[in-house]
Design a binder for this molecule. Sequence first.
Ligand code: NAP
Length: 254
Amino acid sequence: MPAEYNHHLRGHICLVTGSSRGIGAQIARTVAVAGARTVINYHSSQQQAMQLVEELTEQGCQVMAVQADISQGREVEAMFARIEDKWGSVDLLVNNAGISLKRLFTETSEEEWHQVMDINLKGAFLCCRSALPAMIRTRFGRIVNIASIWGLRGASCETVYAASKGGLIALSRSLAMEMGPSGITVNVIAPGPVETDMLLQELDNDERAMLSVEIPLGRLASPDDVASACLFLLSPAASYINGQVLGIDGGWKV
Ligand code: NAP
């Protein structure tokens, strides 16, 4: 990271949902090192969240971990109340938590539909709804929603996941229009395949190698590729960027 970017998020409070592992953990590292007081939200991976808190605290970052299932309204409200009590209002929000579902469409159950939609789409709605009143009051806020390239192009056998991410893109674009007059930007990152647990669950080594060949840059994304784009969208350098969908896909276009 260029020296001039060090600590350029000082004074901000950033919540990264689903940041115990994978892309979210790397985003939390990046914004914490950039100086934001950073909330690491986790659902079940408490040990990994605590390890990340320890790692970043040792580096002199200000971080806290909060357990909450972001698909549950009451848990989201309780998480925001805890952050408010400790530090104040969240002004940088990254809706990253998500789950995938690889299933033939005809074999997808109603429960699976609800689970994917509740975490990937309703979770972002709930967190935005909790964060926005303070952002509107202070006339400043940055929201970055982590969707997926599948939300733009669709994906066979991942219809419900793709629909949740397409919904997240529509939510973000609409919110960007509604909140722009209040000084709040809302943008989307749409990654292609990223090397995390989520991808390892879905694709074996051969499938990942075949996919890399299709991508013009010849490799899958790392969590850091997504985190640096997110840092940019949260930073003062991106203050006139609103309602955009930034593909982080190595040129593997829709
Ligand atoms: P991952 O490695 O599976 O990590 C998922 C994270 O989400 C974990 O920290 C998990 O927390 C959290 N989470 C899941 N359900 C939650 C809930 N109900 N409440 C709170 N947190 C919850 O996934 P990833 O690959 O880093 O993906 C992160 C985001 O990027 C997701 O939105 C995903 O759809 C998107 N994405 C990923 C890829 C990819 O190829 N990996 C591509 C495009 C988009 P716990 O472990 O604590 O439960």
